[in-house]
Ligand binder design. Structure first.
Ligand code: 13P
Length: 248
């Protein structure tokens, strides 16, 4: 059966000391609670080794290179990420697509390298406001999924976590309604089932992201096809992140 996952994405926030302190505080605050989900923190590269060695919680990078190694100044490889103890890597976030020009073709290469290094990709897909208004949101999400992931074998695809993050909901306070999110998650699962079969589709964790917080997590996570969240703003403070985790 698929896992429930609540993953924080700090984006470009917190210095090293703040990051390590957060991880320790979160772990301490969760100790003794019965959790119904896995908890992951997505940190900047510079924090990965220190955070991974100071907590048993899952740790994610927010990006990786599309090359194995070599003369790529400023890049960080999937193998380097794995060597820190981090187990996950967020790929295809809309901020990477929009601000750094990441395409489906580039992301396809990153996914292959992440898997080859034993990392679990948390692969982000989602439409813009304009695309939803033009009623092409299903086409966009399908294209992002097919073009970057459907080259994988069923065995490799089953290691992927999907995060549906409608771009219009990210950092805007405009959460998708649980009905909108559920509708898209069911569509994504159906798309996966068409390619890899029902068993793989039913075992794929599909997270929702976009202004999710302690106030709306319970309703979102109660939907049958929503298996957790990828959380930005509400993952930056322990007191705000815990109510999201407790949405399960
Ligand atoms: P917010 O939760 O701040 O809207 O960000 C969502 C997100 O982009 C997580 O990757």
């Amino acid at each position: 059966m698929r896992k429930n996952i609540v993953a924080g994405n700090w984006k470009m926030n917190k210095n090293l000391q703040e990051g390590v302190a957060f991880a320790k505080d979160l772990e301490a605050a969760l100790a003794g609670k019965t959790l119904k989900c896995d908890v992951v923190i997505g940190t900047p590269f510079i924090h990965l080794a220190s955070v991974a060695s100071s907590t048993k919680l899952g740790v994610a990078a927010q990006n990786c290179a599309n090359k194995v190694s070599g003369a790529y100044t400023g890049e960080v490889s999937a193998a380097m990420i794995a060597s820190t103890g981090a187990k996950y890597v967020i790929l295809g976030h809309s901020e990477r697509r929009t601000y750094y020009g990441e395409t489906d073709a580039l992301l396809k290469e990153k996914v292959v390298l992440a898997l080859a290094n034993g990392l679990t990709p948390i692969f982000c897909i989602g439409e813009t406001k304009d695309e939803r208004e033009k009623n092409i949101h299903f086409d966009v999400v399908k294209r992002q999924t097919v073009d970057a992931l459907f080259n994988l074998s069923a065995e490799d695809f089953s290691k992927i976590v999907i995060a549906y993050e409608p771009v219009w909901a990210i950092g805007t306070g405009l959460t998708a309604t649980s009905a909108q999110a559920q509708e898209m998650h069911a569509f994504i699962r159906e798309t996966i089932a068409d390619k890899y079969g029902k068993e793989v589709a039913n075992n794929t964790s599909i997270l929702y992201g976009g202004s999710a917080n302690g106030g709306n997590a319970k309703e979102l996570f109660a939907c049958p096809d929503i298996d957790g969240g990828l959380i930005g703003g509400a993952s930056l403070e322990v007191e705000k992140f815990i109510p999201v985790i407790e949405g399960f």
